[in-house]
Design a protein around this ligand. Structure first.
Ligand code: ZN
Length: 314
């Protein structure tokens, strides 16, 4: 992880604020309450502090934090800028303990909340997401199980439960991934639908029987039989290697830094892995671009967390 710590946005609050404003509002501030870009004016009053705007249309006031995952945070923006950059650059994922040390935030809990909010910023907005796949394109669908590693469980506690994660990967393209309660033909079909799979695609899966019914929805469907040692069919193009690579990335993040991820928060870690896959270097996206993409995703998302997860020290 190479981060240019001399960059002023990581230590100068005014520079950091200007940076966040530029990332969010390339063409000038837009009111987060009414969406009006016309009537927005900076508030000059000393009592307000810097960074406030007033909207003449709805008469409300706001800063660049309002309507984002940073809204309720008291952490300075230059620490947020660094946190976004650290999390976007890390291949293996960063634990809240590491983030706490690197940012020098007041408490572990603060760092944990920041990490969770950045994961939320990384989550896709499925309301605006287009379809995945298409005619002549191949989608790979598969499931994996996260958690339940006995060696990571504390001796006095039961072995954590395993939780299913489904992923749909367009070969050489993006991934849509979701924690699912159980793996049945019904849940797979629903999940593939929610992921906005284009049914004119070719679907590849392994030979698990739950895949057969959703496979029929696609224009073409082929499976590889992993149990029989078959990983690529003789046609040379039927396999699930892309989705398996994604699961490897997900597991590096979960087991590398987090040890125990509770079911309640698993989707956040899945979102982080999917974001990194969809903004990978192979697609021409470097660390800075990836951090900026996460910052853009912070817009319109607000979350509150009451308690830290069962994340153990590392
Ligand atoms: Zn307004």
């Amino acid at each position: 992880m190479a981060i240019d710590l001399t960059n002023a946005i990581f230590h100068d609050e005014e520079k950091a604020r200007a940076f966040f404003e530029e990332q969010r509002w390339l063409n000038g501030p837009i009111c987060p309450f009414c969406g009006n870009p016309e009537a927005v004016k900076p508030l000059a009053g000393k009592s307000m502090g810097p960074g406030w705007f007033h909207c003449g249309a709805c008469r409300d006031k706001f800063t660049v934090r309002v309507g984002t995952v940073m809204e309720r945070s008291h952490v300075p923006l230059h620490k947020w800028a660094l946190a976004f950059r650290i999390m976007a650059s890390s291949k293996k994922g960063v634990s809240a303990h590491q983030l706490h040390r690197m940012l020098g935030t007041g408490s572990y809990r603060t760092a944990w909340i920041m990490a969770m909010r950045i994961r939320e910023a990384m989550a896709p907005d499925m309301d605006v997401a287009g379809p995945i796949g298409g005619e002549g394109k191949t989608l790979e669908s598969d499931e994996t199980y996260v958690g339940g590693k006995a060696k990571n469980a504390h001796r006095s506690k039961p072995i954590p439960k395993k939780h299913a994660v489904h992923a749909l990967v367009e070969r050489d393209g993006e991934v849509r991934a979701k924690h699912i309660a159980n793996v049945t033909a019904k849940t797979l079909r629903e999940t593939i639908q929610t992921a906005k799979a284009d049914l004119s695609s070719i679907l590849n899966t392994d030979a698990a029987s739950a895949n057969v019914a959703p496979g029929q929805d696609f224009s073409d469907y082929a499976m590889v039989n992993h149990a029989a040692g078959e990983y690529v069919k003789d046609d040379g193009k039927t396999h699930t290697q892309s989705v398996e690579s994604f699961f490897a990335l997900l597991k590096r993040g979960v087991y590398g830094s987090f040890h125990a991820v509770s079911e309640q928060h698993l989707q956040r870690y899945v979102d982080e892995a999917a974001f990194k896959w969809n903004n990978r270097i192979k697609l021409g996206i470097d660390d800075t671009m990836r951090a900026n993409a996460a910052i853009k995703g912070a817009d319109g998302k607000r979350l509150t967390y009451r308690r830290p997860d069962r994340e153990t020290a590392s």
